[in-house]
Design a binder for this molecule. Structure first.
Ligand SMILES: Nc1ncnc2c1ncn2[C@@H]1O[C@H](COP(=O)(O)OP(=O)(O)OP(=O)(O)O)[C@@H](O)[C@H]1O
Ligand SMILES: [Mg+2]
Length: 251
């Protein structure tokens, strides 16, 4: 059976979509996994923008409105990951969220891993995703508002009986309001991994290229690839200086 992993946060803007785009790309490209990323944040979709797939003729909104089947709305990303983006158009706003579990269930028949990007807040679309996934990851930032919302999200996930894999601490930096230890003590959950704050992440979004591809040897990208490896029980081999140099020279 496929692993269906929902990426949640509670608070918005903490890096869920960035995580799904990059981890999905790394799972496909670096670990050879058959992975599909689904943008189940139809009310504020951005996975397509992160990956340059927002102009797809068909998307999840069409599928949820019964206008297309999920496989017709899929596109392959350059990394080898498959993507079911959502529409960025206001006129596509209204969809039937109750179909989300069926759509994800269909995809799970043909993929090894289904990574599901979700909306912030505990609204209806998030609740339908909770009915569709069998594993969950919580992304948070090292600040009190995101940690409080993450805690609420963790409690909600537990009421659904979903396996909560743990927490991704994103945008960690030296002068963060909370240290890693403080965040983990507040949450009381396992830490899957830490992703540093890095302006190159935004640059990647600007060019619709995941930072793991745009800057494959940057610390932030290596941290993401390591997390991807851990999610599938594989160690990540850090590139040597020589390998990085060769890559930079295009050799
Ligand atoms: N590690 C990082 N370093 C620097 N900037 C980051 C990092 N991770 C995410 N960001 C920035 O944070 C912003 C929000 O990221 P993202 O869209 O992934 O969050 P989100 O949780 O999906 O938001 P929403 O809840 O609105 O869907 C983006 O502009 C992105 O560039
Ligand atoms: Mg998002």
């Amino acid at each position: 059976m496929a692993r269906i992993i929902g990426v949640f946060s509670g608070k918005g803007g903490v890096g869920k979509t960035t995580f799904v785009a990059n981890i999905g790309a790394a799972l496909a490209h670096d670990f050879g996994r058959r992975v599909v990323a689904v943008d189940a944040n139809t009310s504020g979709s951005s996975l397509g923008v992160h990956l340059g797939m927002h102009f797809n003729p068909l998307n999840l909104n069409n599928v949820l409105r019964g206008e297309a089947n999920p496989f017709d709305a899929l596109s392959e990303h350059g990394s080898g990951m498959w993507v079911l983006p959502a529409s960025i158009k206001l006129r596509d706003y209204f969809v039937d969220y109750s179909k989300i579990p069926d759509v994800i269930g269909e995809l799970a028949k043909r993929f090894e891993i289904v990574l599901v990007d979700t909306a912030p807040s505990l609204g209806e679309e998030t609740l339908w995703v909770l009915n569709a996934v069998n594993e969950a990851i919580i992304v948070t930032n090292p600040d009190l508002p995101s940690v409080i919302e993450a805690l609420k999200m963790a409690k909600l996930i537990n009421t659904y009986g979903i396996k909560l894999l743990g927490v991704i601490l994103n945008r960690q930096r030296k002068k963060a309001p909370l240290s890693r230890e403080q965040v983990m003590a507040l949450l009381g959950l396992p830490l899957i991994g830490e992703i540093p704050e890095d302006r190159r992440v935004e640059e990647g979004i600007k060019y619709s290229i995941p930072v793991v591809h745009l800057y494959p040897d940057a610390k932030v990208s290596l941290a993401m690839k390591k997390i991807a490896g851990e999610l599938v029980g594989e160690g990540f081999q850090y590139p040597s200086l020589f390998q990085m140099l060769k890559r930079r020279l295009g050799l």
